[in-house]
Design a binder for this molecule. Structure first.
Ligand SMILES: N[C@@H](CCC(=O)N[C@@H](CS)C(=O)NCC(=O)O)C(=O)O
Ligand SMILES: *[C@@H]1O[C@H](CO)[C@@H](O)[C@H](O)[C@H]1NC(C)=O
Ligand SMILES: *[C@@H]1O[C@H](CO)[C@@H](O)[C@H](O)[C@H]1NC(C)=O
Length: 218
């Protein structure tokens, strides 16, 4: 029986884009379903009753939630093609550490950048630059976070590249000025078809955010 895969997602989601990259890396076909987060489908509420968030991957009727967990699941089920996790346990721990850092630091500061104003915005900008500079230092002169090959930590972070323009516009700064190596790394990642075809155009993200800012008065 062929695998049946449905992805509940939202186009501009940096978490959803991770799953799209992983599926593209493995060359897996799936059905994409865009969710309206203001009016969630019954299927989303039933398959992710705990968090009620996208992405959710439904594999032969069984839901898997949380982007990093979904990506690891995909990597384990389709393990023969384009491994994303390093095979060495220590390297694997490092890959998970940096992906976790991105979720804790980059996502949080980035979210505050477009949702706040004044002093809160300035604090968010500082926190984002600090987090990005830590990542710039960790990357160093390596082509990818884990060394010579594109892997889990690259996948977890590159989806934020679609959001860089929004962060820069909302906080009036240049990421490239602070972190030139990260921009070179991002362009290197974009040479992979799995990445370039999964990442949403930065202008689309910014327009979506401008709309949300207007709607909710952020
Ligand atoms: N930790 C989750 C985060 C997922 C997440 O925050 N999804 C957002 C869209 S980017 C969402 O569904 N939000 C809807 C809501 O909070 O009601 C993951 O990695 O999948
Ligand atoms: C919410 O979604 C349902 C089904 O997905 C649709 O029938 C309904 O019109 C939507 N409501 C709004 C307010 O968009
Ligand atoms: C944006 O930053 C530049 C310098 O980095 C400054 O000259 C300019 O006034 C700032 N613009 C706004 C709208 O704050």
């Amino acid at each position: 029986m062929a695998d049946e895969l449905v992805l509940l997602d939202c186009l501009v989601s940096m978490f959803g884009m991770r799953v799209r990259i992983a599926l593209a890396e493995k060359g897996i076909k799936y059905e994409y379903r865009e969710e309206d987060l203001d009016n969630k489908s019954t299927l989303l509420l039933e398959t992710n009753p705990v968090h009620k968030k996208v992405p959710v991957l439904i594999h032969n009727g069984k839901p898997i939630c949380e982007s990093r967990i979904i990506v690891e699941y995909i990597d384990e089920v389709w393990k023969d093609k384009s491994p994303l996790m390093p095979s060495d346990p220590y390297q694997r721990a490092q890959a998970r550490f940096w992906a976790d850092f991105v979720d804790k630091k980059v996502f949080d500061a980035g979210r505050r950048i477009w949702r706040t104003k004044g002093e809160e915005l300035e604090a968010a900008k500082k926190d984002l630059i600090d987090a990005l500079e830590i990542l710039e230092g960790e990357l160093g002169d390596k082509p990818y976070f884990n060394g010579d090959t594109f892997g889990f930590s690259d996948l977890a972070f590159i989806t934020f590249y679609s959001w860089f323009h929004t962060y820069e516009m909302c906080a009036n700064f240049s990421i490239e000025k602070h972190c030139p190596k990260l921009i070179k790394w991002a362009k290197r990642c974009m040479e992979r078809e799995s990445v370039s075809k999964s990442l949403v155009d930065p202008i689309t993200v910014y327009e979506e955010i401008l709309m949300l800012k207007k709607k909710y008065g952020y």
